[in-house]
Design a protein around this ligand. Structure first.
Ligand code: FAD
Length: 431
C-alpha cells in the first residue's frame, strides 16, 4: 500500500501558455516550480498521476551527505541549508530534523570502506567521524549487535516524504505556480529547432522553456525524441512501525537493515543490503555500463525476471503525439512491497535492537528508483533540444538533495549563476 500523501488543491484546467513548463510533480519538479514562482516567473507543473505519487513519497526520508560521491557533496551541503529554512519558507513543518545519521560496520573491511570515504571528503569540512563499537553503544544504547564500529554525521538528518513535496507544492501555488494533475505530457512541441511547448493528453500548452523532472520516466520520454539517458529501475521495499519509545533520534544504517524515526513516533525501516532488480529490456541493453559501480553491490541485488519484463515490453518506446503515451498507461508506478525483504529487515533489526520487537508493523510499500551508471543525477541542458533542461536520475538519494537540485535546474534554465558547480551533472558525461 502506497504512503498517503498530504493532499494539495490543484488546477482543473490546462493553461494555454506559460513561460516554464515542468514535466513531473515529484519533489524535484515541485521545488523548481517554487523557486521559479518565488522569482516571479510564470510556471506550470504537469503531473501524469498524483503529486509525489512515485519516488518522492515512497522514500525513506534520509537527508545525508555521508556516503555520497565527493562530486555530490556540495549539492547536499546546499540542500542542508535549504532544508533548515524550508519550514519558514513554506509555512509548515515537514519533519526536518538534523538529528544525525550513523552507518554501522560489522567487519574491518566495512570499516575500511567508511574510512576510505572519510578520506575522500577530507577537504570538504564535513562533521563526519568514525566511531568505535563502545561509541556506537553510547549514541544508540540497548543494542545487542556486534559491531566493528561505524561512521557518524551529526549534521545529517531526515524529513517526512509524505509532507515535504506537498508543502512545497502548496507554497508554489501561493506564489502563483499552476499545478495540473492527471495530465501526462506526451512529447515536446518544436519550432525552428527550439522547444515551443508541450503536447499533453489534454492538448498543447505553449512555453518558452521546459524542465523534464519525470523521475524514472525521463529515460522513456527522451528515448522517444532519440536522446539517450541511461537510467535503470531498482525497487526498494520499506515498512513503517507504530509509535515506539526508547530508540532515540539518530537514523541508523547497518549492512542489512536501517531505521529512522518518523514525526508520528514510529520508524521507517528497510533491508538496507537488498534491492529488487526485476529485469526489463533496459537492464539487458545498458546493464553492462553499470558494472564498474555495481561490482561491489551485485550481491545485494535480488535479480528476477517476471511480470515486470512483459509489462515493460508492452509499453511503447516510440509513439506519435496523437497516440496515447506510456505516461497515460501507467499513472502511478506502484510496485508491490517484497514481503520477504521487509520481514528480513525487521528480523535483522530486532536481533540488533530488541526494543523494536515491541513495535507493530503498520504498513509496507515499495518504490522504483532511477539509477544512473555513476549514481549521480543529470541536471542540465539537453543540448540537442534547445529550451529543454533535465533533472532526473537521482539514483535512490535525490530526496535529500532535491531542494538544491530543483534550484540548480532553475539557475541553469534561466541562465543565472548556478547555486553549485553543475559540471558533475552534465548529460554529456555519458556520451
Ligand atoms: C523506496 C525508496 C527509498 C528512497 N530513500 C531515499 C532516502 O532515504 N533519501 C533520499 O535522498 N532519496 C531516497 N530515495 C530517492 C528519492 O525518493 C528520489 O531520488 C526523489 O524522490 C526523486 O524525485 P523526482 O522528483 O526526480 O522523481 P519522482 O518522485 O519519481 O517524480 C517524477 C514524477 O514525474 C511524473 N512524470 C513522469 N513522466 C511524466 C510525463 N510524461 N508527464 C507528466 N508527469 C510525468 C511521475 O508521475 C512522477 O510523479 C528513495 C527512493 C525510493 C523509491
Amino acid at each position: 500500500m502506497a504512503p498517503v500523501v498530504s493532499p494539495v488543491p490543484t488546477s482543473e484546467d490546462l493553461p494555454s501558455s506559460t513561460v516554464v513548463g515542468i514535466i513531473g510533480g515529484g519533489i524535484v519538479g515541485l521545488t523548481a516550480a517554487l523557486v521559479l514562482a518565488e522569482r516571479g516567473i510564470p510556471v506550470v507543473v504537469l503531473e501524469k498521476g498524483r503529486l509525489a505519487g512515485e519516488q518522492s513519497s515512497r522514500n525513506l526520508g534520509w537527508i545525508r551527505k555521508m556516503g555520497r560521491s565527493v562530486a555530490d557533496v556540495p549539492l547536499a551541503c546546499v540542500a542542508d541549508r535549504l532544508w533548515a529554512g524550508l519550514a519558514a519558507r513554506v509555512g509548515e513543518d515537514v519533519g526536518y530534523r538534523q538529528a544525525g545519521i550513523m552507518y554501522l560496520a560489522r567487519t574491518q573491511a566495512e570499516m575500511d570502506m567508511h574510512r576510505g570515504w572519510l578520506d575522500s571528503v577530507r577537504d570538504l569540512s564535513l562533521d563526519s567521524r568514525l566511531l568505535t563499537a563502545p561509541q556506537v553503544d553510547m549514541l544508540v544504547p540497548h543494542g545487542q549487535g556486534t559491531w566493528a564500529g561505524g561512521i557518524y554525521t551529526p549534521s545529517d538528518g531526515r524529513a517526512e516524504p509524505t509532507r515535504a513535496a506537498s508543502a512545497i507544492a502548496r507554497a508554489a501555488t501561493r506564489h502563483g505556480a499552476i499545478i495540473v494533475e492527471q495530465c501526462a505530457v506526451r512529447t515536446l512541441s518544436m519550432e525552428g529547432g527550439q522547444v515551443k511547448g508541450l503536447v499533453t493528453e489534454r492538448g498543447e500548452m505553449r512555453c518558452e522553456q521546459v524542465l523534464l523532472a519525470g523521475g524514472l520516466w525521463s529515460r522513456r520520454f527522451l528515448g522517444n525524441l532519440g536522446i539517450g539517458l541511461p537510467t535503470l529501475p531498482l525497487v526498494c521495499s520499506a515498512l513503517r512501525t507504530s509509535p515506539l519509545d526508547g530508540m532515540g533520534e539518530i537514523a541508523v544504517g547497518a549492512p542489512d537493515f536501517s531505521f529512522r524515526k518518523r514525526l508520528d513516533g514510529g520508524y521507517t525501516i528497510t533491508q538496507r543490503g537488498a534491492l529488487d532488480a526485476p529485469l526489463t529490456l533496459d537492464h539487458l541493453r545498458i546493464g553492462m555500463r553499470y558494472l564498474p559501480t555495481l561490482r561491489q553491490q551485485i550481491g545485494n541485488l535480488r535479480i528476477g525476471i517476471g511480470r515486470e519484463f512483459v509489462e515493460d515490453l508492452m509499453l511503447a518506446r516510440r509513439w506519435d503525439k496523437a497516440a496515447v503515451s506510456p505516461f497515460e498507461r501507467v499513472r502511478v508506478k506502484d510496485p508491490a512491497a517484497n514481503a520477504a525483504l521487509v520481514a528480513e529487515a525487521m528480523d535483522n533489526l530486532v536481533r540488533a535492537w530488541p526494543t523494536f520487537g515491541n513495535a507493530a508493523v503498520a504498513q509496507s510499500w515499495a518504490g522504483t528508483m532511477d539509477i544512473t551508471p555513476d549514481s549521480l543525477p543529470v541536471i542540465g541542458a539537453v543540448t540537442k533540444m534547445p529550451g529543454l533542461t533535465l533533472a532526473s536520475g537521482f539514483s535512490g538519494h535525490g530526496f535529500g538533495t532535491s531542494l538544491a537540485a530543483g534550484a540548480l535546474a532553475v539557475d541553469l534554465l534561466t541562465g543565472q549563476a548556478p547555486i553549485v558547480e553543475a559540471t558533475p551533472y552534465r548529460l554529456d558525461r555519458f556520451t
